[in-house]
Ligand binder design. Structure first.
Ligand code: CDP
Length: 227
């Protein structure tokens, strides 16, 4: 299926499989995939390692803002990098997941990430996943999907994913983390997680990735491929 040059925004709750879905979409339609959450996770790792956030999640926002000027955070061959150090594994840990939502609520951090996302989005044929892509980052995106799923299903999927990578993850801890993140993400002042008015909701609790792709192809055929 050939689709026009558009931006696809995939937003939604934590661990709903946004990034897996966005990757499949990118692969299917030869789009560039951009993981905005990875950038927030990268800033969080940087903040932890340089003591801009403490164990109680108190943030030195002023210090962090200044330091962001010198932070070379980017995507490379194996995922996310700071300079030439690949940080892909570290940013997926629970230690980072624990602190990412407070960091992502800092307006200066959002500006830093938004600037990077806009550099990529100036071209089309991009699929981006996050929390505010369809509402704030690319409000004009031609196709917006808002993903949700039963919290227990999400926790089971995420715990299995982490265990497969050899990380210790029990379902209760993962469930608590994703519910806390959903709460902070939905209630923060700076571009909170919300469904864009023109986004299509996808509840994938009982769906496979293949089901999701079929669902999407039907929508694309209807919207963009009419004779
Ligand atoms: O993969 P998962 O859904 O668990 O999270 P993620 O997409 O890696 O995002 C991690 C965190 O970054 C989220 O919980 C949000 O706090 C923040 N985030 C955001 O605020 N805005 C975005 N566009 C993307 C992520």
């Amino acid at each position: 299926m050939r689709i026009p040059d558009i931006i696809i925004a995939v937003d939604g709750y934590s661990s709903t499989g946004k990034s897996s879905f966005a990757k499949i979409i990118a692969n299917e339609f030869s789009f560039l995939y951009l993981d905005s959450g990875a950038l927030y996770r990268g800033v969080t790792l940087f903040a932890i390692e340089n003591n801009y956030i403490d164990d109680k999640c108190t943030i030195d926002a002023e210090g962090l803002e200044k330091a962001l000027g010198g932070l070379d955070l980017h995507f490379g061959e194996n995922g996310t990098y700071i300079g030439d150090r690949c940080i892909e594994k570290e940013i997926r840990s629970l230690a980072v997941a624990d602190k990412v939502s407070p960091i992502a609520a800092v307006p200066q951090v959002r500006e830093f990430v938004d600037r990077k996302l806009h550099e990529f989005g100036s071209r089309k044929r991009v699929v981006m996943d996050g929390r505010d892509i369809g509402t704030t980052v690319f409000p004009d995106a031609e196709l917006k999907i808002f993903m949700t799923a039963d919290p227990m299903v999400r926790a089971q999927r995420r715990a299995a994913e982490m265990q497969a990578k050899g990380e210790n993850a029990d379902i209760e801890t993962v469930l608590k983390n994703l519910q806390e993140r959903d709460y902070i993400d939905s209630h923060r002042e700076a571009s909170p997680l919300a469904k864009a008015d023109d986004a299509i909701v996808l509840d994938n609790s009982g769906m496979t990735i293949q089901d999701q792709l079929e669902w999407l192809k039907n929508i694309i055929a209807e919207r963009f491929c009419q004779a």
